[in-house]
Ligand binder design. Structure first.
Ligand code: HEM
Length: 343
């Protein structure tokens, strides 16, 4: 064991010091928030453009669309008063659109983080940004993000653009070993995107001021699992979802986790999991997906075009923290570029 460890250290450190080193930023060289967003946008645009092929410009993150689904988003009756906020103020059944995706792999058999983006329609009230009547939620299949701050995310984007990802993790001047550990745990082989949990990882307001913060999670409904058999190959997750809804509707619960301990549940560190033992998720809505043709060429092409933004939100669900702040412009610019609306 000791020999193996020594071998790893002897191999990785020279690699990091030599060709794999990224342009790591020391703490005192931090850029202003405006510079940070501008650099992110410019690098995300370059990465997005360079990954275009066959007439498709895939998203910078959650690049492979597994499918987009029409759904119902039913806000429960009898929600506790403190959670009856914004979209959840009244029991109501809304039309919704769900997009499931692979973060970085085109081949569904490989380990990856899966994404779930939700758009709820016909919502009353003016949003903070974007289209009237729409509320978006964005979630990943792991409860923590692999980086803590937007500065760390920018370091990663720099490394990705310069093809020096290894250096991002093990650069001795600025190592990101926690990021490596989170990705090690978060990337997994999944067999059915309707059967796994998703988390927002970043916090959102739940009410009329920033005093109440929550994270979101979407969980498969208890007792409604469907066994999917015989799927294989690079599109096996799409096949699994098709088989699932042809047997029974897919059922997911939307829940919020209240921030009850400011120290243990930080707003400004997206890499920290808020402990469910301290504050369990409370279910506020049920999402139902009926059988539908989501995998035709036309449906998949439409799924490529749709755009989500955490700021497409009622004020009661305002995105909180600096990580979320950055996302308003980066998602908007990335979506404009993908849809070729950019000047
Ligand atoms: C500074 C932090 C972040 C940046 C710069 C960033 C950037 C991006 C970009 C540029 C896209 C593509 C948008 C498009 O082309 O329409 C994207 C997609 C996405 N991101 Fe992030 N992201 C960040 C944090 C997060 C976090 C915390 C989550 C947590 C769940 C997340 C989940 C997603 C999902 C689910 C999508 C797919 C959206 C879709 O279905 O169109 N991202 N991200």
């Amino acid at each position: 064991m000791r020999i193996q460890f020594n071998l790893i250290i002897r191999t990785l450190i020279p690699l990091a010091v030599s060709g794999f080193m990224t342009g790591a930023i020391a703490a005192d060289e931090r850029v202003s928030p405006e510079q940070l967003v501008a650099e992110m946008n410019q690098r995300i645009a370059a990465i997005t453009q360079s990954s275009a092929s066959n007439g498709i410009m895939p998203r910078f993150n959650q690049a492979k669309s597994l499918g987009c689904f029409a759904a119902t988003f039913k806000v429960h009756d009898g929600i506790a008063k403190e959670f009856k906020q914004g979209l959840f103020a009244q029991p109501e059944s809304y039309r919704a659109l769900l997009r499931f995706a692979n973060a970085s792999e085109q081949d569904d058999t490989k380990k990856d983080i899966r994404g779930l983006s939700i758009k709820v329609f016909d919502v009353k009230g003016d949003p903070l940004w974007g289209e009237i009547g729409v509320q978006d939620f964005l979630l990943n299949s792991y409860p923590a993000l692999f980086v803590a701050t937007p500065e760390e995310f920018l370091d990663f984007i720099r490394a990705r653009q310069e093809d020096k990802i290894t250096g991002f993790f093990i650069n001795p001047l600025n190592p990101h070993l926690k990021s490596l550990w989170i990705l090690f745990k978060a990337r997994a082989v999944h067999s059915n995107p309707f059967a796994i949990r998703y988390w927002s990882t970043t916090p959102f307001r739940h009410g009329s001021d920033d005093g109440t913060a929550v994270k979101y999670s979407v969980t498969p409904c208890a007792g409604k699992s469907v066994s999917v058999e015989g799927v294989a190959g690079e599109n096996q997750l799409r096949s699994a979802m098709k088989q699932h809804i042809s047997q029974a509707s897919a059922c997911l619960e939307f829940g919020v986790q209240k921030r009850t301990d400011p120290e243990a549940m930080p707003i400004e560190d997206a890499s920290v999991i808020w402990d469910e033992a301290d504050s369990p998720f409370v279910t506020l809505a049920t999402i139902t997906i009926e059988d539908q043709d989501f995998d035709t060429d036309d449906a998949l092409a439409a799924c490529e075009k749709v755009s989500f933004n955490p700021w497409q939100s009622l004020p009661e669900h305002k995105p909180l923290g600096r990580m979320n702040e950055v996302r308003r412009e980066t998602y908007f610019k990335a979506s404009q570029l993908r849809n070729k609306e950019a000047p």
